[in-house]
Each structure stands twice: as C-alpha cells, then as structure tokens.
Design a binder for this molecule. Sequence first.
Ligand code: ZN
Ligand code: ZN
Ligand code: ZN
Length: 367
Amino acid sequence: MTAASTGSAERLDRVRRAMTEQGVDVLLVSVGRDLPYLTGYEAMPLERLTMLVVPREGDATMVVPRLEAPRVVKQPDVFRLRPWEETEDPSAIVAELAGPAGTVAVGDQMWARFLVELLALLPRATFRRAVDVVGPLRMVKDAAEIAALRAASAGADRVAVQLHAGDIQLIGRTEADVSADIGRRLIAEGHDKVNFAIVAAGENAASPHHHAGPRVIGEGEIVLCDFGGTMDGYCSDITRCVVTGDVPADIAEAYAVLHEAQQAGVAASTVGTPCQDVDRVGRAIIAAAGFGDFFVHRTGHGIGMEEHEDPYIVEGNGRPLEAGHAFSVEPGIYLPGRWGMRLEDIVVATDDGPDPLNAADHDLIQV
Ligand code: ZN
Ligand code: ZN
Ligand code: ZN
C-alpha cells in the first residue's frame, strides 16, 4: 500500500455519489485495480473469491478468503471484513450482502466463474460494468497520484538517458537480451515491477507491439524501445527510438514528421480539448507527409494504476480532457518490411496547460 493508492472513505463516498447518479444499487469489485484504488488492498488473482461489496447506502464489506485476511490492512471507516471459510460458498455470501439489488455493477476483471454464479444467485438483478462508476473517478488523478506517476516517469526517463548515452550495448545483441537489460535498469531506477520492454530492430519495429526476440541488432538500424513498469502502484511508459550508426535519410525525414506530430499532440492536450482532437492533430501532420496509412493505432491511452486505462486518445472519444487526466501521446509510423518508429511521452492535463512527465531527449539519437 502506498500513499497514492491507499483507499479512503472519501473515494468510497465519491463512488457512492456516482452510483446514485447512475442508478447502481450495488458495486462488486474483485481482482483488478479498482480494489486497491478504493481500499488499498490488492487481491491476488486466485480461484478463491475476494470481493468488495459496496451498497449505495450502508457499509461496504470486503469478502476475503480466511487465509488472505491477515494481508488486509484494516480500515474500519472504509470497509468491514468478512473472511470466509473453505467450507463456505463465497458467492452466496456476496449475493446475501447484495440483497434485493436491482442493478449490480461489476468490475471488468472479475472472473467469469464468479459472475456466472452471481447471475444465478441474483436472477432479478441487472448487471452492468463498474467502469462507468469508478472509471471517471480513477481518470482524474489527485496530487499524490500525479506525484507517483511523475516519479515512475522519471525512473523510465533515466533508463532512456542511458539508452541515448550508449550505456546499453545494442549492436551484436539480440532484442531479447536488450529487453532484459532494460527491464533490470527499470528496477534499478526504482520500479517494483517491469510491465514490458519492447525492443524492435529494423523491420521488426514496423510491428507496433513486437515481442523482443532472437533477432540480432545490426549497424545502421533503427531500434524502437518502448518500456515501462510500476513504481509505488503507478505505471510508467515511454518510447524512444535510436539508430545504430548513420541515420538513413528516409528514416531521418520520417522521424522529423513524427517528432512534429508528437509535439503537436502534447501541445493540444489542454483541459477541455476532446480526446479525439489530440489524436487528430498529430494524425493530420503524419497524413500530410504521406504516412497516414502507416499510423495504424490510436494516439494514446490513459495511465495510472494500470498501464492502459481511460481516457483513450482515439477518434470517436469526444470526452473533453479534465485537469488530472494522465495519458500517453504516442504517434507512430510503420512501414511493413522496412522500419517503424514511435515517440511516446506521458502527459497530464492541468489548468496551466499540458504537463509532460517525460523529459528524455525526443530526437532520434545515434548510438
Ligand atoms: Zn501499447
Ligand atoms: Zn509505450
Ligand atoms: Zn503507451
């Protein structure tokens, strides 16, 4: 449990207000990030049920396996604890706590097994997704959460600086080897956990989510590195590209376009701007340069306790940015069979304008 992710009675109060607004009678939160957001407790993703039952009025109850109960930090003002024994049916306990609820909201990561059981135990209830209730709250980061995101981004930045400085040997090593190296450096720079370290060389970089493999990095190649981890419960995520040796002219030209598009996206990340407009700004620049067909993904994703969460920076999302929204701006250009490139920063929308959390050099550095 960290300062930024301690649950609080205040967060639960806000959840209850959202439930009232949306006509939700009971919120059921199981494995996934909503649970630590609300209670500070992270359930292990086990076959044994852990579930927070939040009625619109009345006490919240955390139903946990007896053997997990000692891990839960007691917070009587937030929830009461209901440990269940190995011989009990935990879904029945949840159904009883839910009572005659008309509308039940469930977290996206609840195991299907428990949802199927609850559907049978609460035959008159209507089920819907909890993301509509908790998502808008989690999207708006408070000061402690932004501080945690900033610290995680700074840790990822320090690894990017090492990459740019040539401290991470590339030529002659496999992508997988470099990926493991970057992962170790993320931990050394303060992360508790590595979430991913994409290393994609040359034509492999044309696949945006390439899995680092046995390909050996050569000279005169673009190497795309997209990595991040979790630090004190909050995620980092950064992409930088480097070139081993001389930069080919076509790559330099395309990168100038990408750089301009990414900067424009960051600059557009102001409070009140619809998410899709941040996407459109960068996409227009890439399209005008003739690469429109090669920017094959959305511009970004929200980030917080999860590496990908709301708000998504994508065409069709008209939600206006609010102060405290944290998200990536990461346009890319991918030429199949040849090369790919992406440039990614995490940005927080604030009343004083966009606040980029990553400061590592944005140029295409020769290493
Ligand atoms: Zn991604
Ligand atoms: Zn990334
Ligand atoms: Zn990202």
